[in-house]
Write a protein of this length. Structure first.
Length: 239
């Protein structure tokens, strides 16, 4: 990794979520940028900011990025950045993520569900947020040490901030980007865990839709690749 790379974390994480991946990349070419995204670790969510607006702000602040990598929520933001500001991205790595929800009714249902979750999170303690989030099917099967790392990250953020981030950047509210994948002007690597069946299917569809794409499947891993398989993920990002 290089000092011009940009790494975007997932929901309820932080820039520090990437530390195991950065530490595993021993090429010594400089620490990449890994900012805390709005709603996380005290970073406020600006009024009216959604995925598109945040992508533009990141492009202006950190572009051009030699490699732009995003995990989960961060992957959706990274994808929007590459589509709207191709001059700011040399290569795109999308980790355990997708282009949003194409079906209108399914997207509306997800928005309702996420609004209920955001309202609940805002009333919780950080520990209760961690309990709720880590019990979801995406993470319930993670090894105990992986869950412990996730809990530390979640508890570093204020629940009200996480609720605001979910409302601003959740897939129920973002414009689906499936129709735009054919316009990606940069090489794309989609990374998924072998056990993450839902995102493996999404990843396969994405790779078929982009002009210059490849799929990397990390053996034995689930959704939380930066925590569960940092060395393998570092190799993919650095390749």
């Amino acid at each position: 990794m290089t000092g011009t790379d940009l790494l975007l974390h997932g929901f309820a994480g932080s820039g520090a979520s990437w530390d195991p991946v950065i530490q595993a990349a021993t090429d010594g070419r400089g620490r990449p940028n890994a900012p805390d995204l709005p709603g996380h670790r005290g970073e406020p969510v600006p009024d009216g900011e959604g995925v598109a607006e945040l992508a533009s702000r990141l492009a202006a602040t950190y572009g051009p990025a030699e490699t732009l990598a995003g995990y989960s929520m961060g992957g959706r933001i990274a994808l929007r950045m590459a589509l709207d500001h191709p001059e700011s991205v040399g290569r795109l790595v999308l980790v355990s993520t997708g282009p949003g929800i194409a079906d209108d009714s399914e997207r509306a249902s997800r928005a309702r569900d996420d609004e209920e979750l955001a309202a609940a999170i805002a009333r919780m303690t950080p520990g209760q947020v961690a309990d709720r989030w880590l019990a979801t099917p995406l993470f319930a099967g993670d090894p105990p040490e992986v869950q412990a790392r996730a809990r530390e990250q979640i508890e570093a953020s204020d629940p009200a901030g996480l609720a605001a981030a979910l409302r601003a950047f959740g897939p129920g509210w973002m414009e689906p980007l499936w129709p735009r994948l054919g316009g990606l002007a940069v090489p794309v690597t989609v990374v998924v865990g072998e056990r993450d069946l839902r995102y493996r299917e999404i990843g396969e569809r994405m790779v078929q839709a982009v002009p210059d794409g490849e799929l990397a499947v990390i053996a034995g891993a689930g959704h939380a690749l930066p925590r569960e398989a940092p060395a393998a993920l570092a190799r993919v990002i650095g390749s």
